[in-house]
Design a binder for this molecule. Structure first.
Ligand code: ASP
Length: 366
């Protein structure tokens, strides 16, 4: 099991009146990992640098107007999400698991760059989750006048605390909330480095839209059994790679990649509905790799739509070579699911079976 570094510290609650108890007031644990939302401009270099959680919260006094108990954890130091690592996904799982019974929901403040990877990984590592885990962040630091961070944070907290009249959570799954849209975490991809509307779920509908009201799409939201206990998982194996095809890709490069010592799985980004070159050397290299036990999953370079390897001859060759379908998964979901399954000692046969069925709503099974 990977060593979990002690990178977080408990911060006194943002808002908890002395008479508040978690039994009577909605309670949310806010976990601050870093990202633009909590950054400030370095006056000398002009670069954005992380500042601490207290400064961040000072900029959102509105949070205190919720009648919620809001406690917080912060990563020390806060990180740009380009530095996110699987060991920190395990750290997040540990924090959520240790605090699971104390809170109604969890909000993770995270940089946007790798937010979809973290959301995807957590969706696999938190089995039988029956409480909301909402990731959010912003494109502009919270201290800027035009920041999108305030609205994102405030609405994410409200969603994390939202319950049905019977006391069960309205959104009991790992989601990303950004610019008015609540999206299933493992269906989401960052698509924009400029606009506030930074995330998209191409192949699964929005779970909720925040306007004057927060309008939930109840039939799209996962319905877990709230009586099952959370099963946290901490292991992963990073011997995986994403390989994007392009016209002119060279045999020796593909051979070297597929023969990398220790390599266990490849996400192969193909064309259209899952098509790839028919060149004999290419198919032979893939076949040899799958015969050595390397799991190769086919995903399209088109963000919308589904891999259908039986549709064209160019896809059929891949099936013959032992390549399996990634259906309409995102790259983020596929790579993190592979790391998760490999890390739990599954055989390549088991992995191939589990890749063929959604385990956290990550693809559409036809
Ligand atoms: N580089 C930042 C990060 O991902 C960008 C952001 O937060 O939007 O941490």
């Amino acid at each position: 099991m990977p060593i979990i570094e002690e990178l977080t510290i408990f911060v006194p609650s943002i808002y908890r009146e002395s008479n508040m108890s978690n039994n009577t007031y909605p309670s949310v644990l806010l976990i601050y990992t870093g990202g633009t939302i909590g950054m400030i401009e370095n006056q000398e270099t002009g670069a954005l640098e992380a500042f601490n959680f207290d400064q961040l919260i000072e900029n959102v006094p509105e949070l205190k107007r919720f009648n919620y108990c809001i406690d917080s954890y912060q990563f020390t130091p806060p990180i740009d999400s380009s530095d996110m690592e699987p060991s920190l996904w395990s750290k997040l799982v540990k924090i959520i698991n240790e605090n699971y019974n104390k809170y109604d929901g969890f909000v993770i403040l995270h940089g946007t760059d790798t937010m979809a990877f973290t959301a995807s990984a957590l969706s696999f590592m938190l089995e039988d989750l029956s409480k909301p885990v909402i990731l959010t962040g912003s494109q502009l630091p919270i201290g800027k006048l035009r920041t999108d961070g305030k609205e994102n944070l405030i609405t994410a907290v409200e969603i994390a605390a939202a319950k049905h009249p019977d006391g069960t959570a309205i959104v009991p799954e790992v989601c990303i909330f950004f610019e008015n849209h609540l999206l299933r975490g493992n269906r989401t991809t960052k698509i924009n480095a400029e606009n506030f509307n930074a995330f998209r779920s191409y192949n699964y509908p929005t779970l909720a839209t925040a306007g004057i009201h927060i309008k939930y799409e109840f039939d799209k939201i996962h319905k877990p059994n709230p009586n099952l206990p959370l099963k946290p998982y901490y292991l992963y194996d990073t011997n995986v790679i994403v390989l994007t095809l392009f016209p002119g890709i060279q045999e020796n490069i593909i051979r070297n990649i597929l023969n990398t010592p220790g390599l266990r799985a490849v996400v192969l980004k193909t064309y259209g509905s899952g098509n790839a070159p028919q060149k004999p050397w290419f198919i032979k290299l893939l076949k040899e790799a799958t015969e050595r036990g390397i799991v190769i999953v086919n995903i399209s370079q088109c963000p919308t739509g589904m891999v259908e390897m039986g549709r064209y001859e160019t896809g059929l060759h891949l099936l013959d070579a032992g390549v399996i379908s990634g259906y309409d998964s995102t790259v983020e979901a596929l790579i993190t699911k592979l790391m998760f399954l490999l890390g739990h000692g599954k055989s390549d046969k088991e992995i191939r079976e589990l890749m063929n069925q959604p385990i956290a709503g990550e693809f559409t099974k036809i």
